[in-house]
Ligand binder design. Structure first.
Ligand code: ATP
Ligand code: ZN
Length: 283
């Protein structure tokens, strides 16, 4: 049995549970429990505060876990980052009052900066050779300058709207973060085998999300051009259409190149292009 720690509630909870579900792992979580065992995969799920996850994984209470990279780096435990999961994106940034004149990181010298991320902030300021006072608080960092507790803050930002409503502007980015899968470094063989199975599934889900299945009709004299554009997983599937001189082509296309590829396909006389999401993809 492999033990995974995920956030009990909060920003990573839903996406973490959804990922397990997409991996075909069914949980019976009435949610308020501390732990649950999957019905159809040797996985036990612990629901914890995100801040505790690195420690629990390090201690081996859990074997693996899902946390923000920001938490992983702040806690600085000797555990391994296995996989970037692509959700929970945010950045750890320094922000100052809107009206403050700010040209460079040197303008932070002598200021009092409120944060819950004192480890990372300290490291950042040391790298930049900026001497500032770090004021560690446990929450509601964004209101600190407004109530005279600090001159600046260092906090997580995604849209920036919280900063805006508190009269702050973002001036430095310390880290671009997303949810990551972490593991204890000394897993026994039996657990490693289960982890490999889980990783295969996670990979299949993530790869599928980055790709689309594409079907189109094209005149035979353009097939060479189209094959170069849509190499597919091995090579595209081609079926003759009933109409002489035409074929149907089926392949996969990466999400990132998608619109580029579509434009070129049109130039190569492709018609009736259909694009379908892929649920799982094993390459
Ligand atoms: P817990 O109760 O588990 O301690 P928390 O309040 O510390 O929860 P959340 O606010 O739920 O944590 O955020 C969890 C993680 O979500 C963060 O560590 C970060 O990696 C990610 N995240 C994504 N966007 C944001 C954001 N705008 N603000 C804060 N965290 C964000
Ligand atoms: Zn937390």
């Amino acid at each position: 049995m492999l033990k995974i720690a995920i956030q009990k509630s909060g920003r990573l909870y839903e996406d973490s549970v959804k990922l397990l579900k997409e991996c075909g792992i069914e949980l019976n979580n009435g949610n308020k429990q501390l732990k649950t065992v999957a019905f159809n995969f040797p996985l036990e799920v612990y629901f914890l505060r995100d801040d505790d996850i690195p420690q629990y994984v390090y201690d081996g209470v859990a074997d693996i876990g899902i946390v923000g990279e920001n938490v992983l780096l702040e806690k600085n435990k000797d555990i391994e980052l296995l996989y970037r999961l692509g959700f929970g994106r945010c950045r750890l940034s320094i922000a100052v009052p809107k009206a403050m004149k700010y040209d460079s990181v040197n303008d932070l010298k002598g200021l009092k900066i409120a944060t819950t991320y004192s480890g990372m902030l300290q490291q950042y300021l040391a790298e930049k050779k900026v001497d500032a006072e770090i004021h560690e608080i446990s929450g509601s960092v964004e209101i600190a300058p407004g109530i005279g507790l600090a001159d600046a803050i260092c906090d997580l930002v995604s849209s920036g709207s919280t900063l805006f409503t508190n009269g702050l502007k973002e001036v430095e980015t310390i880290l671009q973060s997303e949810a990551v899968l972490v593991t204890n470094k000394k897993l026994p063989e039996e657990k490693k085998t289960i982890l490999q199975k889980l990783l295969l599934r996670i990979n299949a889900v993530k790869t599928a999300k980055n790709n689309k299945y594409i079907l189109l009709n094209a005149p035979n004299h353009q097939l060479g051009n189209i094959f170069k554009l849509l190499p597919g997983m091995k090579s595209p599937t081609v079926v003759n259409l009933a109409e002489e001189g035409w074929s149907s082509v089926q392949s996969v296309v990466n999400e990132n190149d998608f619109w580029d590829v579509i434009e070129k396909l049109k130039q190569f006389e492709a018609e009736g292009i259909i694009v379908i999401p892929i649920e799982k993809m094993i390459v």
